[in-house]
Design a protein around this ligand. Sequence first.
Ligand SMILES: [Zn+2]
Length: 169
Amino acid sequence: MIRPIVKYPEPSLEEKCVPVEVFDEELKNLARDMLETMYAAPGIGLAAPQVGVNIRLIVLDPTAGDENGHQMVLVNPEVVEVTGRQKEEEGCLSLPGLTAVVERPFSVRVKAQDLDGNPVEVEGANLMARLLCHEIDHLDGVLYLQHLSALKRDLLKRRIRKLIRNGEW
Ligand SMILES: [Zn+2]
């Protein structure tokens, strides 16, 4: 089931999410819905708070579903190691139509659990590192806006306010 995506400036997007402790059918259903919602958007990553559920769960697929075998569901993900830096254009399904250049680590190592609670470890570089950092940020209530300079952030916020005023958000 495709769920509505929560958009900025909904305050729940800026709240810290709680860890997942119960690995039940409900969790699996939510992950399935999140993947469906992400592919329909279309997007390459989605965090549970973006569908209004403030728990530590993310889904991603850097190919946006174009290739099989790249889909990933991570529960309670945590960045445990970062290397290098990269600066690339980044967007967010909760900030539709907008992008900004955001600095991220070049590569990351992430510890997480799968939908059955088993420990998993993921390493990613380039886009994958950016994606992992972006989605895990959501679980701490952090949007990419917070990584921008105050000037750029205010510029984007002004554009969003204008879009809201015009009923285009
Ligand atoms: Zn996002």
